[in-house]
Design a protein. Structure first.
Length: 395
């Protein structure tokens, strides 16, 4: 009986002890996006905080759904703590969706910002990293967006949508970014983001209420890194080539010329295999890409019911993809000498002994690396019509 009594007395104490460090929701400033810029004396940290009163229930006061705060500091951690002078609640980063680096910050090196991000126990690593192309992170986070009430969600969803349906962009998490930077056989890449239109009008709540906003956020193409420093930007075709090589193409549009007009093919399946080998003491990479697609749009009078025309189209379809891949390799080898493809990792995997010799000078080895590209592309269907009705209209 005494033992039972002790259990009943101790049990409530154990249950109550789990609440000693609890924090109420109304005591938290939930951060959805964070921006980091370089200053002369340190860093400028910008946070985008949810205005929960505008998101809960039907009652609206007309205020914005998010509020941005910024603070400078000698270190990033100091700047974050300094935000407490402006923010009346505790900064809470567990629901972070995006971290954006200003371009100046990215070119100076992002190893130190990544250190503080990696150390925060409250911070999950499933948010996406981007670079503000040609501007500051503050300007990027100071824009009200249409369709999505929370700008950070707009960027997060746009990154996922663009990666799955367009291909020149990539979603990159904190873990992926750090892994690429510490690897001896692979460099990092991040998608760019920029403010279009009038940046000053972007912070006004009426910007998101207009049918044609004067300002907004738009994804750009891939930024190339060496170690932790941004060294340049790729164009659309080179960015697509990188995505093909790294086997991240889920769906995209491939447009090829056709009798003075255009045919667009919807690539809906793509697979890339990379094989490294050592040949006479020199590294070599073979890339094999298999793509399948369907006709998305036809502007010319090509008769797609004829097998020989489809065969010709398949060849040009594959040639187009191969051109993008080879173009991206040439740009990375000749202009940046940055192995964002991970070719070095492949050589390390197949021949660790050879890699031990090559890794010390891999930048130069990569610049002279022999890369062979093979593409097999096939059109699987023509859509709901086999022949364009434009011919009948024009006749």
């Amino acid at each position: 009986m005494q033992k039972m009594l002790k259990v009943f007395l101790i049990l409530p104490i154990i249950c109550l002890s789990g609440c000693w460090s609890s924090i109420e929701l109304n005591e938290l400033a939930i951060v959805t996006a964070m921006g980091i810029d370089k200053t002369e004396d340190g860093y400028l940290v910008t946070v985008q905080v949810l205005n929960s009163s505008e998101l809960a229930g039907d009652a609206r006061s007309g205020r914005t759904e998010v509020v941005t705060f910024r603070k400078s500091g000698a270190t990033i951690f100091e700047a974050i703590r300094g935000l407490s002078t402006d923010v009346p609640r505790r900064i809470y980063v567990s629901h972070l969706r995006e971290v954006v680096f200003g371009e100046e910050m990215a070119r100076a090196g992002i190893a130190k910002p990544l250190d503080v991000l990696s150390r925060q126990k409250e911070m999950r690593s499933d948010f996406y990293m981007t670079v503000a192309k040609g501007s500051t992170a503050y300007d990027t986070l100071n824009v009200q967006t249409a369709l999505e009430k929370i700008p950070a969600n707009k960027v997060f969803d746009s990154l996922e949508n663009s990666e799955s349906r367009w291909a020149p962009t990539r979603t990159v998490t904190l873990d992926e970014l750090v892994s690429s930077m510490v690897s001896n056989g692979k460099e990092a890449m991040l998608t760019g983001i920029y403010v279009y239109g009038d940046p000053e009008s972007g912070s006004n709540v009426t910007n998101a209420q207009n049918i044609s906003p004067k300002s907004g956020l738009r994804l750009d193409y891939l930024g190339v890194f060496k170690k932790d420093k941004l060294v340049g930007w790729l164009n659309k075709n080179d960015s697509k080539g990188v995505t093909y090589i790294t086997d991240h193409v889920k769906s995209t549009a491939v447009t090829i010329p056709c009798e003075g007009e255009q045919i667009t093919i919807n690539t809906n399946r793509s697979k890339t295999k990379i094989k490294g080998e050592m040949e006479k003491g020199k590294p070599k990479i073979d890339i094999n890409v298999t793509s399948e697609g369907s006709i998305g749009e036809v502007e010319c009078k090509m008769d797609l019911t004829k097998p020989e025309k489809i065969k010709e189209l398949n060849e040009r379809y594959g040639k187009n993809i191969k051109g993008k891949i080879e173009g991206s390799i040439k740009t990375l080898q000749e202009k940046y000498q940055s192995d964002i493809f991970g070719f070095g990792e492949e050589i390390h995997r197949i021949d660790p002994k050879a890699w031990k010799r090559l890794e010390k000078n891999w930048e130069q080895e990569f610049a002279n690396l022999e890369v062979n590209v093979t593409v097999k592309a096939k059109i699987r269907n023509l859509g709901t019509i086999s022949e364009s009705f434009q011919k009948d209209i024009e006749e």
